[in-house]
Design a protein around this ligand. Sequence first.
Ligand SMILES: [Zn+2]
Ligand SMILES: [Zn+2]
Ligand SMILES: [Zn+2]
Ligand SMILES: [Zn+2]
Length: 304
Amino acid sequence: MASGNPFFDDMQSKPEVIDLTQNEDIVDCESVDGPIQPAIKPNVTVSSNVRELLECPVCLNAMYPPIHQCSNGHTLCSGCKPRVHNRCPTCRHELGNIRCLALEKVAASLELPCTYQSFGCIGVYPYYSKLKHESQCSYRPYSCPYAGSECTVIGDIPHLVAHLKDDHKVDMHNGCTFNHRYVKSNPHEVENATWMLTVFSCFGQYFCLHFEAFQLGISPVYIAFLRFMGDDNEAKNYSYSLEVGGNGRKMIWQGVPRSIRDSHRKVRDSFDGLLIQRNMALFFSGGDRKELKLRVTGRIWREQ
Ligand SMILES: [Zn+2]
Ligand SMILES: [Zn+2]
Ligand SMILES: [Zn+2]
Ligand SMILES: [Zn+2]
C-alpha cells in the first residue's frame, strides 16, 4: 500500500456503522452452493495430445483457423503470423502463405470440456464454439470487486467473499438494511477518495456497497451504489434504495444492483447510483462545511 498517496490513504477510512438492528430479512448466508466437481469424460484424455498440437508455439494459445504452417510443417496461429516477419519461429525458414487444413479439420472434430470445469461447468463443446461459450459461461470466475486496487484475484463468489474478508479486511454485515456514516475531515482534499467497501449478506447472496468521491468535469461529486456478487440475470431479481440528507432535505435513489461482472469503474462512470454534488454533500453534513459527514441509509429487497 503506497503511503503518502491520498487515494490509498482514503481507502483505509472505514464507514462508521451506527445502526444495524433491523436485520429482519437475514437468510442463512452459508448456504451458497459450492462448485460441483464434474466427471471427466474419457475422450478428453485421448484428445490431450491433439490439443498440444493445437497450441501455437509462439503465444501458447489454442489455434483457430486459419492455422498457418511453414514449408517444413511447423504451425503458427494467425495472430502471431504477422509478428514473426515471415520467418518460421521454429526453423527460421521463410513462412510463405501455407494453411494447415489438416490440423484445422482435426480441430473441428474435437470436443473439449469448458475451461471452467474446475469451477463447476460440465459443458463439453466443439473446438470452434468453445471460446464463445467460455466468454459467457456462467461458471467463469469473477474478478475481485474491491475498488481502487490493482487486485488480480479471481474466483467464484465464496472464494471472493473469503478473499475480501481476509485480504482486504472489508466490513461484512448481515442483513438487508444499513445505516452508514461516511466521514472525512477535510472534504476539499477529496478528489478520488474511495472508502472501504462494505459487503452485505442477505437473501443468501452478497452485495457490495461502494462509496467514493470522484471528479466529474471540474467539480467533485460523491457516488454510492450497490453491486451484486453474481451474474447480471440474478442481479435483476433485487432492488435497493439509498437515502442521504440533512437540514430538512433528502435525496433518495432507487436502483437495481449491478453485477460485479461490470467493473466498479464502469458502474461509476455510468452514474448508476446515488450522486451527490459536493456542495450538497457539505450542506447535508451540517456544521461549517469543514467536514464531510454523510449518513447514508439503505435497503435491499428481492423483487417478486
Ligand atoms: Zn500464436
Ligand atoms: Zn518451420
Ligand atoms: Zn463453461
Ligand atoms: Zn482483491
